[in-house]
Design a protein around this ligand. Structure first.
Ligand SMILES: *Cc1c(COP(=O)(O)O)cnc(C)c1O
Length: 400
């Protein structure tokens, strides 16, 4: 105890390192391989041959908004896309200076914040166009906008069959710079769906109006990951991949047209080992009962971290290069794994997503077991899990 004077004691005031020390004592980690992210961006770009708007909404699909955006910018991504204005502002505050489009619908009172932070606005109706114009005029600064045309998603946007007056008003606007026009695909994750061709056609009809009225064609963009993977007709002037950028497929059953690599793995460590006697139940509700005397380990991550409770007695993990089942209900902060007659020690690595030995667990596979889509697995993993980054030029947030 020779270092008494450096110990944080109440009477010495607050620990001077507390604010800068990362709170990352737990061994549970999301590992993000930025090298793979860069590889995926390059693979997508050379596949489609047009500029890429990298979609980084929802904390970059759980991979970390600022770190991912910084790396994509370093890799020369042409544009970024987020869902909400707050996400765009966070990127600007982190020094990201590539063009950023906010994809979501806007509220009139937010327009000033878009303009002040140099964020491009999705305009999805004539009313919203008027709101943007009056805010821009009041600030004396033009707004950069992308028109949203609805070709079948029925989410936001002016229906393609009545887009004429909307397009004319935007073209004539004194306070808007019309940079893009876009739509969103509803079924592109299914290569066999006829819906995508229909949407491509409706979008082309709407865009033809620019030519009809003699206005320059703005940047046309339509393709999400499904479009990038399966429908060359959707690539147009720019693509908007999200999930495939992270190396995960929108539809687990589809075969990838591009060799992407998953950027995320999720690991933890064994925190407890015991033998459960035959006939004894494990976890809340005792829904799983040991069929024989068996070895069970405890892993310190749960649904409080966004690890799905739906994986109760369904999911699997890797320990010492072997696949073992999750048994009993996933708790808020822990779950149990039956390793049978296998061996495991405290602090052994547990892989929940990723590779170990010759085995692997994919996000797509976890999604199937949890009865959901890979998107929900990725974005569900929350801020309670520390992220480690490797392979990038990107410096940690907060380090000058
Ligand atoms: C989320 C989103 C995307 C990206 O979708 P992925 O399926 O992840 O590629 C593209 N465009 C819009 C409008 C979106 O909301």
């Amino acid at each position: 105890m020779g270092a008494m004077s450096t110990q944080p004691h109440a009477h010495l005031g607050p620990d001077p390192h507390e604010a800068t020390r990362p709170i990352d004592e737990r061994p549970t980690r999301i590992r993000v391989d930025l090298e793979r992210l860069g590889h995926n961006l390059r693979a997508i770009r050379s596949h489609v041959g047009v500029p890429v708007m990298g979609i980084v909404k929802a904390n970059a699909y759980g991979h970390g908004l600022v770190q991912v955006a910084r790396h994509l910018q370093a890799e020369g991504v042409e544009q970024l896309g987020v869902a909400f204005v707050e996400e765009g502002i966070a990127l600007r505050r982190a020094g990201i200076d590539v063009p950023i489009l906010v994809l979501g619908g806007i509220f009139g009172h937010q327009v000033g914040r878009f303009i002040a932070h140099d964020l491009e606005i999705t305009v999805s109706s004539l009313d919203k166009l008027r709101q943007v114009e009056s805010a821009a005029e009041a600030m004396g600064r033009k707004a950069v906008i992308h028109l949203k045309v609805d070709t079948g998603m029925e989410r936001i946007g002016v229906h393609s069959y009545s887009a004429g007056p909307f397009i004319e008003a935007a073209v004539a606007s004194d306070w808007c710079v019309l940079k893009g026009v876009y739509s969103h695909l509803a079924c592109a994750d299914d290569p066999g769906s006829p819906m995508t061709a229909r949407q491509v056609e409706r979008f082309a009809e709407a865009c033809a109006h620019f030519t009809r009225i003699g206005a320059p064609m703005p940047i046309r963009h339509l393709a999400n990951s499904g479009g990038v993977l399966h429908f060359p007709d959707t690539w147009l002037d720019m693509v908007r991949p999200g999930i495939v950028l992270y190396g995960v497929l929108p539809d687990p059953a589809s075969r990838p047209a591009i060799a992407v690599q998953p950027a995320m793995s999720l690991v933890s460590q064994v925190v407890y080992f015991k033998v459960v006697k035959a006939g004894h139940g494990v976890s809340y509700g005792a829904t799983w009962v040991a069929p024989r005397d068996t070895r069970v380990v405890t892993v310190p991550i749960g649904y409080g971290d966004g690890f799905p409770r739906a994986l109760s007695s369904r999911g699997e993990v890797l320990i010492r290069g072997r696949r073992h089942p999750i048994v009993g209900r996933v708790c808020m902060d822990q779950f149990m794994v039956d390793i049978g007659d296998g061996s495991a020690w405290n602090e052994d690595e547990v892989v929940l997503v990723g590779a170990q030995g010759g085995e692997g667990i994919s996000v797509e596979g976890v999604a199937v077991q949890a009865g959901t889509v890979p998107y929900e697995i990725l974005v569900g993993l929350n801020e309670r899990i520390p992220r480690d980054y490797r392979g990038g030029a990107s410096v940690p947030v907060g380090v000058p």
